[in-house]
Design a protein around this ligand. Structure first.
Ligand code: NCD
Length: 363
């Protein structure tokens, strides 16, 4: 368990200059639960196992009307604000649904053109404004580092409240990584667990924030091999490879995606993140067949392996794969709702109540 350090006892400049590992202790509560959820580096194997177990329990409790009644009363005294400055379907809706399941009241700003930002208010002041009315802010922003800055800022006001990073820049997407871990764990339940598996990432690994966060979380499981299959100019960042080396993780970097398929336990496809292109169309030609998964590739994929995708997809997975039992991307999406429920319940300290209810009523 991380020993807590206080965000209100460090300057923004000093905090920002820390490594991500050094930042992690500033994001936990004194009881060890997460407070702000900003980076993959703040989790460890124990917290991941706890979240996955809790998500499964919530999922089972939610199957009955009485269970839903219990869940929807847990945080009925809380309100959350969804502040999304970038397009989103799944992340937004799964957070929305997760809050609804837990009884949390919701509001949203998705379009800055109808908020006071249009009158010239800074994003900083907008976030400070939301903090007056809500108990949690769930935020997606194209600006790398902004969500961290807001967490630091709110921890230094007289009304601190937790911030959840729902995707920041091309850098981090910690809650997507949590749902990916939950999906991998569930998919490999009957085939020896997540340990010793070979995970292949394919596509835009340079700007795909989901991969950057997930690669880190996977280091907490023994003997996982990670392969990064991408064209050179979209290849995974050196900072991620450095983390893997530090953690003693076996990895491979390749241009040859197709050759990895017969040896993969999980294939994690990603979209070309062309919203970051400097000139339109610059990188899309790289999404050619060499970095897509086709119906014919199913033949080469082992029987117990899975295909994942954070979605949205374009043409990097052929729709012919959708009905194959190894295609888990639709389940992956629904897992996002359960793990986000588990995360929010934990941030607000209601995990114990859920575990007790489960033990009493469902075990
Ligand atoms: C991803 C994102 O926004 O980073 N989507 C998601 O949250 N499921 C991946 C993407 O947009 O390609």
């Amino acid at each position: 368990m991380l020993k807590r350090k206080r965000l209100d006892e460090i300057s923004w400049e000093a905090y920002k200059s820390l490594s991500l590992e050094e930042q992690a202790p500033y994001l936990v509560q004194s009881n060890g639960r997460p407070y702000h959820v900003l980076i993959a580096q703040q989790f460890d194997r124990e917290s991941l196992d706890n979240l996955c177990d809790l998500a499964t329990r919530i999922r089972k409790i939610a199957k009955s009307k009485s269970g839903m009644g219990f869940l929807s009363d847990l945080l009925a005294h809380k309100r959350a604000m969804l502040y999304f400055h970038q397009p989103s379907s799944r992340t937004f809706l799964s957070f929305y649904a997760a809050c609804q399941i837990l009884g949390i009241g919701l509001a949203e700003v998705r379009d800055p053109s109808i908020s006071s930002e249009q009158k010239g208010e800074t994003m900083e002041d907008s976030v400070r404004t939301f903090s007056s009315y809500f108990d949690m802010i769930i935020m997606r922003t194209p600006i790398q580092g902004f969500v961290d800055k807001m967490a630091w800022m709110l921890s230094n006001t007289d009304r601190p409240l937790p911030i959840i990073n729902a995707g920041s820049g091309a850098d981090q997407h910690p809650t997507q990584a949590l749902l990916d871990i939950y999906t991998l764990q569930r998919s490999f339940e009957k085939t020896g667990g997540l340990e010793n598996k070979h995970i292949v990432f394919c596509g835009d690994l340079k700007r795909g924030r989901t991969v950057r966060s997930l690669a880190r979380l996977l280091t907490f499981y023994p003997n996982i091999k990670q392969t990064f299959a991408a064209p050179d100019n979209l290849q995974i960042g050196d900072d991620i490879l450095e983390q893997l080396r530090k953690a003693g993780v076996e990895y491979e970097v390749t241009n040859n995606f197709k050759s990895t398929i017969p040896n993969a336990d999980a294939i994690y496809m990603t979209r070309i993140q062309d919203e970051w292109d400097k000139t339109p169309g610059e990188t899309n030609r790289l999404a050619a067949d060499a970095y897509s998964f086709t119906g014919a590739d199913l033949e080469k994929l082992p029987r117990n392996s899975i295909i994942m995708h954070p979605l949205p997809r374009r043409n990097e997975i052929d729709t012919a794969c959708d009905s194959d039992s190894r295609a888990v991307y639709w389940r992956q999406m629904r897992n996002g709702m359960w793990i986000r429920c588990a995360l929010i319940a934990t941030v607000f300290g209601r995990d114990t109540a859920i575990n007790n209810y489960y033990t009493l009523n469902l075990k």
